[in-house]
Design a protein around this ligand. Structure first.
Ligand code: CAP
Ligand code: MG
Length: 428
């Protein structure tokens, strides 16, 4: 064995970055051995004893496996902040979410959470707008926001896309966004779509007297092109851009955070592809950590799940994500594998509930999330029997009912849009 990093008497310093891992050693490997090798591989060690690092520096920089619970398969490791480029998410992940997942000595390994030390928080700006800034842009303070995704995901022409968006705005949506796989295809090019849809968003603003936001997807093959698209949106008078955070990657997000501030645009984070590495509870990286990295970098709003919709995500898990988005300081919760995190004044992100939602689910969503949530309905608006505008109206009516504490059935009396939505989606 190389150096032994297990040190259960160690108390993490304020300057340490603390990680919690779920670890399942391979056959014949002890829990302590797997933990110590994993800690070494993610910091200062190699597979065999190396002598290039002086004993003094090794003692200073070594990781400390300070908590082991073999039964729960949990270890916590404290890493000196000196091991990291403090403002670089890619570098931090290359260390503590890098080679270690490939090691033969573990059958399964999952990075559950990281407590970021103050020095690291200071290197990041967090959200520029965040929840309070978004509420100002949209000019809605006292209720959840209602959004939609133009459907189908891909296939509409730019003209049809803009028309569908307009209908959603006219019917009552605050936000309309692109779908994750719509970027700059031949049938619906980025520039044309942005121009036409933003124009109709303005028209809907004039007609309704409400602010109407279009979240155009700027995910692109290169950071340069993504920034160009961001500036196209700025020149067209947009307030927002949307990005697919996992396919685009962490460097793209850090670049975009800087550029979006210069352009004065808020950022909507779509998390598609996250489940490729977050869903297995025994291996990979948690969605909780993805959410924390998004807040650190400074995305303004993030998809966190719905509890009641079509996507995977238990209530406790989704609420842990919500807390990480909105709280100034998150207490430790071992039942959810959550470490304590003081956010050091970084603004909250606006949580987005999306995926398989219908107007009939609004009361449940309101009771789960309260008012600080963006409720996003795709099929649940565009598949309304009377069309997109009526679908959006039904969502607003369902929200009014929830805010007033009236049942949907009661509120639907004399409100044909909600009535039709109940007829279609209410489970009998
Ligand atoms: C929702 C959606 C979103 C998902 C993403 C979709 O449409 O546009 O991408 O919400 O999931 O394509 O499924 P529907 P999550 O309302 O028609 O389902 O928010 O969990 O990341
Ligand atoms: Mg989608």
């Amino acid at each position: 064995m190389r150096r032994d990093y297990v040190d259960q008497g160690y108390s993490p310093k304020d300057t340490d970055m603390v990680c919690e891992f779920h670890i399942e050693p391979a056959a014949g490997v002890s829990f302590e051995e797997a933990s110590t090798h994993m800690a070494g591989e993610s910091s200062i060690d190699s597979w065999t004893e190396i002598a290039t690092l002086s004993p003094e520096l090794a003692a200073k920089l070594k990781p400390h496996v300070f908590y082991l619970d073999e039964e729960a398969k949990t270890v916590r490791v404290a890493y000196s902040e000196e091991l990291f480029e403090l403002g670089s998410v890619p570098q931090v992940l290359s260390a503590v979410a890098g080679n270690i997942f490939s090691m033969k000595i573990v059958d399964n390994l999952r990075l559950q959470d990281i407590t970021f030390p103050k020095a690291m928080l200071k290197e990041f700006k967090g959200p520029n707008f965040g929840l309070p800034g978004v509420r100002e842009i949209v000019d809605v303070q006292d209720r959840p926001l209602i959004g939609t995704i133009v459907k189908p995901k891909v296939g509409l022409t730019s003209e049809k896309h803009a028309e569908v968006a307009y209908n959603a705005f006219a019917g009552g949506c605050d936000l309309v966004k692109d779908d994750e796989n719509l970027t700059d295809q031949k049938f619906n090019g980025f520039e044309k779509r942005a121009e036409l849809t933003l124009k109709l968003a303005k028209k809907a603003e004039t007609e309704t007297g409400e602010r109407k936001m279009y979240l155009c997807n700027i995910t692109a093959p290169t950071c340069r092109e993504m920034v160009r698209r961001l500036n196209v949106l700025k020149d067209l008078g947009a307030s927002y851009a949307m990005i697919d955070i996992v396919p685009a990657g962490w460097t793209a997000l850090q670049t975009l955070r800087e550029e979006a501030e210069d352009a004065g645009l808020a950022l909507h984070a779509h998390r598609c592809m996250h489940s490729a590495f977050t869903r297995n509870p025994r291996h990979g990286v948690s969605m909780l950590l993805v959410a924390k990295l998004c807040r650190l970098i400074g995305l303004d709003q993030l998809h966190i799940g719905t509890v009641v919709g079509k996507m995977h995500g238990e209530k406790s898990e989704v609420l842990a994500l919500r807390d990480q988005c909105v709280l100034g300081s998150v207490p430790a919760d071992p039942s959810q594998n959550v470490l304590a995190q003081d956010w050091g004044g970084l603004k909250p992100m606006f949580p987005v509930a999306s995926g398989g939602l219908a107007p009939t689910m609004v009361p449940d969503l309101y009771s789960i999330f309260g008012k600080d949530v963006i409720m996003q309905f795709g099929g649940g608006i565009h598949a309304h029997p009377m069309g997109t505008a009526a679908g959006a109206t039904a969502c607003r009516q369902a929200l009014e009912a929830s805010l007033e504490g009236v049942s949907l059935e009661e509120y639907a009396k004399g409100r044909k849009e909600l009535e039709a939505a109940l007829e279609k989606w209410l489970k009998k």
